[in-house]
Design a protein around this ligand. Structure first.
Ligand code: ASP
Length: 330
């Protein structure tokens, strides 16, 4: 029988450690060996949270480890992004964020993380229409009447949003520009809690993704005025587009993508992307997304490369618009 001395064992381990191939290969083979944290940069119960939890559950099944959602809301989605940008790039911290990844680099001039180069892209997830909604007893029955009410009451109306850089903030800016009137904005850590206040009638107006508004609109707990896309959404067939309602050009939709900290090894990026693509092809997810007025992106578009190109192009698209508006977070 072969006898191994202590020296043999030490020599063997150091050979693995210095080979440059064997050690990472061993580490990669084991990934993931413990739960993965998916940071959602907005409060629980909102649209990013809804999309994130559905995707996390399906990814867990493929990865064989729980993908645990952690809500790190506040400051328009920058606190959650900062958490992941500063995490160890080992595949155990990922971020599900939205269009804010494209506007934050210009809106925020002082951040404690690099909003452009601090992440690896893992793939696009979905693109969601937004809807313009209000408390159900608002004194308007059509978009034209709502526009008249905003012009009449101005800052006496409260517009709820999820902070500077959030989709609801951008949508509000576009709305106020379209009607040429300011309202008072009320920031929340996410539009989940904002929706609770809108349903309770303590705020007046909001713009939010169909992933948060479809069920409330159908239940009649809020009043809907328009969907802010070129086409109507199948889940809400009676709701006119903003152009049909008399506000052409008031258009915005919200894309979501998945990220890891910069420096996450390529094989781990590939494994996470594989799990994401599988989640996007899950029939249950497609059905739930359709119910909520959206759809998963096609697998061919859910690559890290396409995600990076799309994200960088969107940063370039928003930069001049934000700079021209002169509206910064600081
Ligand atoms: N929909 C929110 C936004 O305004 C964020 C959220 O709570 O998901 O960006």
């Amino acid at each position: 029988m072969t006898q191994f001395t202590r020296r043999d064992v030490v020599a063997g381990l150091s050979a693995i450690a210095t080979s440059g191939l064997a050690a990472p290969a061993l580490a990669q083979a084991a990934y993931p060996s413990r739960p993965i944290t998916m940071v959602i940069p907005f409060a629980a119960g909102g649209p990013t949270d809804t999309v994130g939890r559905l995707i996390a559950q399906a990814m867990s099944a493929d990865l064989g480890q729980p993908v645990v959602v952690e809500n790190v809301g506040g400051a328009g989605g920058t606190l959650g992004a900062q958490r992941v940008a500063g995490a160890r790039p080992d595949g155990y911290s990922i971020l599900l964020h939205h269009i804010g990844m494209a506007t934050i680099p210009t809106l925020y001039r002082r951040l404690a993380y690099d909003p452009v180069n601090g992440f690896e892209t893992l793939g696009l997830v979905t693109e969601v229409p937004m809807t313009l909604i209000a408390r159900r007893n608002i004194e308007a029955n059509s978009l034209a009447e709502l526009v008249a009410l905003i012009r009449q009451r101005g800052e006496n109306l409260n517009y709820a949003n999820a902070g500077i850089g959030a989709a609801s903030h951008l949508c509000g800016l576009l709305l106020m520009k379209a009607v040429d009137t300011r309202m008072t904005t009320v920031p929340y850590r996410g539009t989940g809690p904002a929706m609770n206040d809108l349903v309770a009638g303590t705020v007046d107006i909001m713009c939010d993704q169909t992933t948060n508004t479809t069920e409330q609109i159908r239940a009649g707990t809020v009043r809907a005025f328009a969907v802010t896309t070129e086409q109507r959404v199948a889940a809400l067939p009676d709701l006119p587009t903003s152009a049909q309602g008399g506000l052409p050009g008031f258009e915005v939709s919200v894309w979501h993508g998945l990220y890891a900290p910069k420096g996450t090894p390529a094989p781990i990026v590939a494994r996470l992307n594989q799990a994401l693509v599988k989640a996007l092809q899950d029939e249950g997810i497609a059905r739930r997304f359709a119910d909520l007025g959206t759809a998963p992106v096609a697998a061919a578009r859910a690559t890290p490369e396409i995600h990076r190109q799309f994200w960088q192009a969107d940063i370039a698209k928003w930069r001049p618009l934000i700079q021209a508006a002169g509206q910064f977070a600081d």
